[in-house]
Ligand binder design. Structure first.
Ligand SMILES: [Zn+2]
Length: 138
């Protein structure tokens, strides 16, 4: 019975990531704050600390903002992510994109290209010789 009251008195710290009560004390941080470990999501957090976890929904918004060519500092401030995190995020996204960026370039056939240039050159020379011929007729 005593144990029951003791455990009641010990309020479990809620996880800042997933709000689970399935947590345990996990040493202290470098700055002396109590550190916790969450059994539910496997993340660590500090008592009263800010949740630095950036969810998929936020990442999606940040991705769209990056496409709008906004300043990185602006995205960092408005989305509440650090500039270092943003740089790493861009780096990861860049690594995941294909080398050709899904651009399909159909090269012009060399022979076809040369034939077209050759025809143009013949036309140019024909015109040139016609001009010369009309000049000498005068
Ligand atoms: Zn958790």
């Amino acid at each position: 019975m005593l144990l029951f009251f003791v455990t009641l008195g010990m309020e479990k710290q809620k996880c800042t990531h997933c709000s689970s009560n399935c947590t345990k004390k996990n040493g202290s941080t470098h700055y002396g704050k109590q550190n916790y470990f969450c059994h539910a999501c496997g993340r660590q957090f500090v008592d009263g600390g800010q949740d630095w976890f950036i969810g998929d929904e936020k990442k999606k918004i940040i991705k769209n903002l990056l496409k709008e060519r906004l300043s990185l500092e602006g995205i960092s401030r408005s989305c509440g992510v650090s500039i270092t995190w943003l740089y790493n995020f861009i780096d990861e996204e860049y690594k995941q994109s294909p080398d050709d960026l899904n651009v399909v370039i159909t090269p012009i056939e060399e022979e076809e290209y040369l034939a077209a240039r050759f025809d143009e050159e013949i036309e140019r020379l024909k015109k040139k010789s016609q001009i010369k011929a009309s000049d000498t007729q005068k």
